[in-house]
Design a protein around this ligand. Structure first.
Ligand code: FAD
Length: 339
């Protein structure tokens, strides 16, 4: 069990800035995110796109903003618990007991929910027994491409991820790329490349086909794909990869007994606390009159929620407002050496 002052749900830009605000006032934090990477929407949805409205940064990208936020919290040596969703939140005496999908347990007097629009989850296959083979022979993301070496891999999807992985894995695996339409959605250069690889017999393309069924009892050994006309084909397969994009789900947050309003969590604007003492909501997931779903608004919300967390984490101490410019303790926490 991990004990901490504040548990942050969500490693998007707002969750990351909350780490900085909490660290400055001397509170310990742990951060959990369902994704396998840090940065929330900025990294998952628009890493290369320019952002023009972050104060004092005339232009940055989703990726560079995340990098800078991480640089800013480096002194606090934060533990990130990635690829796991916060599933359960229950009150235990003066603390919240938080359990993740990987069964990690945290105990904290404060939770800051910076969950954006909910957790990003891959769209999954709806064929029978796809769930049984998930993370064994069926994957929706790739952690270690080496497992596919010299294997028969069927890749579903017509977007950039499907095309990029078909190109990459065709270097050392037997690839069949399957898409329900004849045209691919991914960038033209990748679509041209897969067609070139098909001509060179380095991969196979099957369109317009959809996943119909799985063959194999203990071990998946083939799949059946089907056209709208009813025509079917059997593809010998060791691994199936599905790249159909992500869906955003509020998920278990809806079951923590918090007031909800159109998939957002109403908060008061004094400290961004929800209807539960010690549970705060900031960033895209919170709502209040006039709320703007902008990163800059989330930063302000993080600053106020962090100060409110102090009260429950240090009930016997008085919070003192300080500026980073002049506060010795804040500068010490930042590891700044005196000149
Ligand atoms: C294409 C695009 C362009 C944009 N451009 C701008 C712009 O120019 N300027 C601007 O200010 N804003 C812009 N935005 C909006 C901005 O990205 C969001 O306001 C911002 O990302 C919100 O940050 P957040 O930290 O609240 O949430 P998010 O970035 O959504 O991060 C939330 C994180 O919480 C995780 N999570 C949720 N539930 C759980 C759970 N139960 N357990 C574990 N993890 C969980 C999610 O996986 C996610 O990583 C843009 C958005 C998009 C889509």
């Amino acid at each position: 069990m991990v004990k901490t002052d504040v548990l942050i749900v969500g490693a998007g830009p707002v969750g990351l800035f909350a780490v900085q605000q909490l660290g400055l006032i001397g509170l310990k934090t742990e951060v959990i995110d369902n994704l396998d990477k840090i940065g929330g929407q900025c990294i998952e949805l628009y890493p290369d796109k320019p952002i023009y409205d972050i104060p004092a940064l005339p232009e940055c990208t989703g990726e560079s903003l995340t990098k800078n936020l991480l640089e800013q919290i480096k002194p606090f040596k934060i533990n990130f618990h990635l690829s796991q969703r916060v599933e359960e939140v229950i009150k235990e005496n003066n603390n919240w007991k938080i359990t993740t999908s990987k069964k990690k347990i945290f105990l904290a007097p404060n939770i800051i929910i910076a969950g954006g629009v909910g957790s990003f989850e891959p769209r999954k296959f709806s064929v029978e027994r796809a769930d049984v083979f998930e993370n064994k022979s069926i994957f929706y993301s790739i952690k270690d491409k080496n497992i596919f070496k010299n294997k028969k891999v069927s890749i579903f999807g017509g977007g950039d991820s499907a095309l990029d992985w078909a190109i990459e894995l065709s270097k050392f695996a037997e690839i069949t790329l399957i898409h329900r339409r004849n045209e691919f959605r991914g960038i033209e250069s990748s679509a041209t490349k897969v067609k070139k690889l098909e001509k060179e017999r380095k991969l196979k393309i099957k369109t317009p086909f959809e996943f119909n069924s799985i063959e194999g009892k203990e071990k998946l050994n083939a799949i059946i794909i089907k056209k709208e006309t009813g025509e079917t084909e059997k593809i010998p397969t060791d691994y199936v990869l599905g790249f159909f994009g992500l869906i955003m789900k509020l998920g278990p947050i809806a079951e923590w007994g918090l007031n909800l309003e159109k998939k957002t969590i109403p908060v008061n604007t004094e400290n961004f606390q929800t209807n539960k003492e010690g549970i705060f909501a900031i960033g895209d997931i919170c709502s209040y009159p006039g709320k703007l779903r902008l990163i800059v608004s989330g930063f302000h919300e993080a600053a106020l929620a962090a100060r409110a967390c102090f009260k429950l984490a240090r009930p016997n101490e008085k919070y003192r407002f300080e500026f980073t410019t002049t506060s010795k303790s804040m500068q010490e926490r930042l590891g700044i050496k005196k000149k």
